[in-house]
Design a protein around this ligand. Sequence first.
Ligand code: ATP
Ligand code: MG
Length: 723
Amino acid sequence: MNPELLLDGLNDKQRAVVAAPQSSKLVLAGAGSGKTRVLVHRIAWLLQVEHCSPYSVLAVTFTNKAAKEMRARVEALLGSGAGGMWIGTFHGLAHRLLRAHYNDVGLPQDFQVLDSDDQLRLLKRLCKGMNLDDKTFPPKQAQWYINGKKDEGLRPKHLDAFGDVIEGTFIKIYQAYQEACDRAGLIDFAELLLRAHELFLNNPFILEHYQKRFRNVLVDEFQDTNNIQYAWLRLLTSSDNNLMIVGDDDQSIYGWRGARIENIQRFLDDNKGAETIRLEQNYRSTATILKASNKLIANNSERMGKELWTEGDAGEPISLYAGFNEVDEARFVVGQIKEWRDEKGDLKDCAILYRNNAQSRVIEEALMQASLPYRIYGGHRFFDRQEIKDALAYMRVINSRLDDAAFERIINTPARGVGDKTLGILRIAARDRGQTLWQTLIQLLDESVFAGRASTALKGFVQLINQMEQDTTELPLHEQVDFVILHSGLQAMYLAEKGEKGKARIENLEELVTATKQFEKPEEAEEMSDLTAFLTHAALEAGEQQADEFDDAVQMMTMHSAKGLEFPLVFVVGVEEGMFPSQQSAEDPTRLEEERRLCYVGMTRAMQKLYLCYAESRRLYGQEKFHRPSRFLKELPAECVTEVRLKTQVSRPTQFGRFSNTSVNESFENTGFALGQRVNHVKFGDGTVLNYEGSGEHSRIQVHFDDQGSKWLVTSYARLEKL
Ligand code: ATP
Ligand code: MG
């Protein structure tokens, strides 16, 4: 193949990186400047022009989606398969290494990956078992503590509380948790990285093998690597390896999870001859979107400094919508998406980005009402649903009796008369004997510790699991799952659950069977059983199974998960003080800068058109909150932004001081009142109209009074005065 073809569609600077002689380098550049594109072309160049073996390539990306895309792009460039390369996330790659070398790190062959939900459950149980007060030692905090330490590469034995009782207790929890995981053959996400690091650290021969093999290591989104990931890379790459790292300090958004921007500087210090290349031309966004994003990020002080420019058109201004509340915000977004679709736009080109997963529900409802298909990445994933976890837990116990987390989940689901007391005895015995729950159960049954109903129930459970294993070993995976859903009693249990919810659960279980049927074992999972490969996929997968990859659906995700992606039409919602930036980060300059970077990431996902939305009142976690527009909005250049007005609008002063336009709302039929209208009540004082229901004489109106909170009033008696 003509090498020139691999340089097509690249600018001079990008070409220089792609065709550079083999050496270590850092590409430091802003959003949309082609970093990922350069990385993909570089891989193709190494294979095609430098004749490197695909086996010599290890590429790390941030999400499973990005990894899949990267492989596809390399293959498209080469015009052939890219077998033999390792492309994946740090976690995925660590997992692959551990499967190959489980023995060398002291793991059982059938170790299972524990997702963060299960991790929290396990911790809750442990804390309870240790009689710890969950106010002083919230399990969630223990989870943060443990994962944080693991990200730093620290085991309990490395920790010293120096007499601090609280810290000392967290160390004890960490210790007990780790013992429980080790007994049960469970490994959490942070542990994957830590063990992979220990694998290299403690096994020089294995390390040498991989150092020799992976001559070419390429890392995308480097600004978000944490200490243990960096340490792992450092071990893997000696001076003979070519390490190319690609990143943007302005897009470092995982500091809260241990990511270290300083790793960029560390890389330069550790690789003295490494060259730094900066790319400054943006190819993604319109000039307007770019200008606004540049202006926003310029407010951060801790920057390595770079300016992006584009040859592209100014494009449309950024639209700002002041929703009256979160429902109104969602309705607006959906309305715009409908227009986009009516003008023949694809739904998959629209992305709705939010700060927290909890914000998605209201938008989902609005999308459903409008019959617009959507797909959520991350967050409440398909595999996180209760019924799916139940079914998978059965599969996991059938696969490995050691799996305590799964055991706990199903021992009394469906209810079989194993009460808390019985379970308590079992847990204590397991702890005392230092064994798994299953082993202990078998022994206690032998020792006739349980009597009556409990004994029958427990024996029945043991028999059920053993029998199901026997009956399904020969079946293909999807038939196994189907069999287990039926014979475990889960199907009957969920069929008995009335209403929409029960129906949805049954549908989800059916969907699980479909998912296993469609599941294709990835190349790196070749040596695993189908079941282990699928269970791993379920634990590591970021919700990509939910809808068909090729379905035309609106894309929904947090700004964190949108990293590296791009969409023609982007909505960033909930841009309010208290939400974005969040309350806590508003008070801490370091965290505030990270929130601003997150906003920069969100905005720079947009190619053609960007909407920024906020709600003046928002019900979240059961509470109604009134928020001011985010300070980030005020940091945007006024000439780049216009406020949206709808036809049904009623004038009212907007809270967004700098823009003089008024905001949007629909007025209630014939009442003269509108959502968001300011009113006065003789007794309750001034307030804002929140909601309205019914008609004529029976209609009621909800007002949030400044001093008295929200009240529902009968409209005809309330004698509200418009302000
Ligand atoms: P991010 O920081 O968001 O990850 P990035 O720097 O990785 O962004 P890419 O995703 O690689 O940027 O590129 C952004 C867009 O610009 C892509 O659509 C890419 O195909 C396009 N692009 C990159 N370089 C060029 C070029 N030289 N000519 C035309 N298009 C380009
Ligand atoms: Mg990228």
